[in-house]
Design a protein around this ligand. Structure first.
Ligand code: NAP
Length: 283
């Protein structure tokens, strides 16, 4: 099975690219835009439909895993046209180009917990999205374009992916190694997702070409403060910084109180422990 990972230079994409490369059942191609993190990656600007067409025709994938996009919340909020240009329009181009060349790969689109309104949390894959941010809206539009296309698709929503080289995970595990106090919100909730679980969920979905909407996320709802405290409790000799619970500013436009999600059934076979224990291998 030939798998094309669009955005294989991303934090998630590079792990996924190497995960599939290690498995002889898959032929794997991956794209980068500005950061060629592996010499096997080929260039693709997803905002250039001509280049997209060339790459798709060259690779002829059985499965496309779409990981490219922006998760720059502030920039998406300030520039809705930027959010649409990077997160939505390229998906429109993809579903238009593929049938023009008689290609019908299964498309796996990585989406986000931000498609929900962030009011009550514990969102299941049956809940109706209602995004408040331009980032969430641009991802939901991508989801809808796929759902309305003639292609086989999976929408994989994930939340705060944690692991080596992940922005928040690197920051918090580096900060907690020092003596200086670390401030963390204790009133904003999410479902921290070990990257290894996301890889396993994606592998299962790709292997079975499972159709539908899947929440591949951590199995514990917690605040950022609780997440750091749980890591510290598990690795007391390593993480020594005092943790200071702080409150998020509920008046700011990007405030989302609770974006936690409930993992879909596809996660059951590998979620045999808690998210914090699963992260041991990333520390
Ligand atoms: N990380 C999370 O916690 C999380 C949670 C929920 C959902 N997601 C979603 O998962 C996806 C990947 O997240 P990530 O954290 O792994 O992303 P990331 O590290 O921020 O990387 C973004 C990716 O998009 C590519 N890209 C940006 N503009 C492009 C363009 N014009 N043409 C082609 N590629 C372009 C980048 O390529 P270059 O680096 O080569 O320029 C890079 O591969 C995002 O869409 C995000 O919304 C992530």
């Amino acid at each position: 099975m030939k798998v094309l990972i669009v955005g294989a230079s991303s934090f998630i994409g590079l792990r996924l690219f190497r995960h599939f490369l290690a498995d002889a059942r898959y032929g794997v191609a991956g794209t980068y835009y500005e950061h060629r993190k592996d010499e096997r990656l080929q260039h693709l600007d997803i905002t250039d439909p001509v280049e997209m067409e060339q790459v798709l025709q060259m690779v002829q994938p059985d499965v496309v895993v779409w990981v490219a996009g922006t998760k720059n919340l502030k920039k998406c909020e300030a520039e809705p046209e930027y959010a649409r240009k990077i997160n939505t329009t390229p998906v429109e181009d993809l579903v238009r180009i593929l049938p023009q060349h008689a290609m019908k790969p299964h498309v796996v689109f990585i989406s986000t917990d931000y498609v929900f309104d962030g009011e009550r949390g514990r969102y299941s894959d049956m809940d109706v999205p209602d995004p408040k941010t331009n980032y969430g809206k641009s991802n939901l539009l991508g989801e809808l374009i796929l759902q309305q296309s003639p292609l086989d698709f999976s929408i994989v929503r994930t939340s705060a992916v944690m692991g080596r080289h992940g922005t928040f995970f690197e920051w918090v595990t580096t900060a907690m190694r020092q003596a200086k106090a670390v401030d963390l919100y204790d009133d904003v909730y999410f479902s921290p997702t070990p990257v290894t679980w996301l890889l396993k969920g994606l592998e299962s979905i790709v292997q079975h070409r499972s159709r539908g909407i899947f929440h591949v996320c951590g199995n514990q709802r917690m605040s950022r403060y609780e997440f750091a405290a749980a890591l510290q409790q598990r690795h007391p000799g390593l993480f020594v910084a005092p943790l200071v619970p702080t409150h998020a500013d509920a008046s700011q436009p990007l405030f989302q109180k609770d974006l936690s999600m409930i993992p879909s059934a596809v996660c059951q076979p590998f979620q045999t422990q808690g998210s914090i224990e699963e992260l041991d291998g990333e520390i």
